[in-house]
Write a protein that binds this ligand. Structure first.
Ligand SMILES: Cc1cc2nc3c(=O)[nH]c(=O)nc-3n(C[C@H](O)[C@H](O)[C@H](O)COP(=O)(O)O)c2cc1C
Length: 397
């Protein structure tokens, strides 16, 4: 990557994204809901955790590799599915190329702007993510398309609550991109010539359709019509999840688990993995940070299913903290979206490199040869940090 686009931390990528993107597009990446308490706690909770380093005994080379849902990955960080479009003309294909270049896997949102077939061509380590939208027949059709395309796993996200108010105001996202909306956006876009130029070169406006909600080869419905259908679909029961698990047959993750009782039910329906997640603080505000909920969930089911975490990961040492508290790997959301906005594919690679070197240096400080050596003794965990959700009140800490 050229020196002038390289960044050394995710915070710098975020500032670049803010400078490059039209205000409403940047606000869509920040997302969060209501007061933004959960989104903030996801990040801040990591700074409450400390390390207990060794002074001598570090090894020369460290092994950061692991597996998630049957896929070998070179670092314990994978791409979390996100449905934001209009950040970069290559969108999910650029992200897939970056993840492949850095040897890791990717979750593809069903609200993505690129067809799954194109994204898998760039990275075959692809997990397709579904929302409960349109009922069993419609979901089965989408899942079969993903299977035919070669998806190696399914991620089911069920924690969305349609919470729409934000104290700082929500961005106005147009129903579709045509000349009228481009002109309306232009006062914002004109101050962001880099972003505008990227699209001008493609001769195509940002795609606000969701092609993976339709049959292969079709353009897919506009984002808001798919969203409307989702709002009117009855939410899934545990029987529905068991049905989908059975239909898919292969590696299967339930994303959004925060409670021990839910984690145990997920094990009962036969999932292969869960992600301790609160959707990046975009749904039910007031949910604790995911890193606070992780230890109890990992203790309860970590020997039966793969436990991942997503929410608030901004540096490699956050990944190490999550692994020390029981996660097998983590998923990142905003961090790579900011990298994508800042410098396209190279920006996502840059973010994954920041994660790699941060994990590596934390492991060195702790004196380990591999990420699998991490354990709770490596951390300073303040009293009252852990939140054991979904266990009898006496066990609540
Ligand atoms: C802008 C945005 C869009 C998202 N879209 C989806 C989505 O389509 N499907 C999904 O399962 N999660 C979605 N998420 C949640 C992420 O997969 C992930 O849980 C979250 O971003 C993790 O928190 P972090 O952003 O602090 O890393 C989205 C998150 C953001 C910020």
């Amino acid at each position: 990557m050229a020196r002038d686009t390289w960044f050394e931390t995710v915070a710098i990528a975020q500032r670049r994204a803010q400078r490059r993107l039209p205000k409403s597009v940047y606000a869509a990446l920040i997302a969060a809901s209501e007061r933004g308490v959960t989104a903030a706690d996801n990040v801040e909770a990591f700074s409450e955790l400390g390390f207990a380093p060794h002074v001598v005994g570090a090894v020369e080379k460290r092994d950061l590799s692991t597996t998630v849902m049957g896929q070998d990955i070179s670092i314990p960080v994978i791409i979390s599915p996100t449905g934001v479009q209009a950040v970069d003309p290559d969108g999910e294909v650029a992200v897939a190329r970056a993840a492949a270049a850095r040897g890791t896997a990717m979750g593809l949102s069903s609200f993505a702007s690129k067809p799954i077939e194109e994204v898998i061509a760039a990275n075959p380590k692809l997990f397709f993510q579904v929302y409960w939208l349109g009922g069993r027949d419609a979901i089965a059709e989408r899942v079969e398309r993903a299977r035919a395309a070669g998806a190696v796993g399914l991620i089911v996200t069920t924690d969305w609550t349609f919470s729409h108010g934000r104290d700082w105001g929500s961005p106005k996202i147009p129903e579709q991109m045509n000349l009228g909306t481009i002109l309306r956006l232009s006062p914002q876009a004109i101050t962001r010539p880099g972003w505008l130029w990227k699209y001008a070169k493609t001769l195509r406006p940002p795609n606000l359709r969701v092609p993976n909600q339709a049959r292969k080869g079709e353009p897919g419905p506009p984002f808001f019509s798919a969203y409307g259908e989702w709002m009117t679909t009855p939410p899934p029961t545990w029987e529905d999840i068991a049905w989908l698990r059975e239909l898919w047959g292969g590696p299967f993750m339930l994303k959004g688990v925060m409670r021990v009782d839910d984690a145990k039910r997920a094990v009962d329906v036969g999932v292969s993995a869960i992600s301790v997640s609160n959707h990046g603080g975009n749904n039910l505000d007031g949910t604790p940070a995911t890193i606070r909920a992780l230890p109890a969930v990992a203790d309860a089911v970590g020997d039966q299913v793969e436990v991942l975490l997503d929410g608030g990961i901004r540096r490699g040492s956050d990944v190490v903290k999550a692994m020390a508290l029981g996660a097998r790997a983590v998923m990142i959301g905003r961090a790579y979206l900011w990298g994508l906005a800042a410098a396209g594919q190279a920006g996502v690679e840059n973010v994954l490199d920041i994660m790699r070197s941060g994990i590596d240096s934390a492991l060195m400080g702790l004196g380990y040869a591999a990420v699998r050596d991490l354990g709770r003794d490596d951390l300073v965990v303040p009293p009252e940090f852990v939140r054991a959700l979904g266990v009898p009140a006496a066990d609540h800490r």
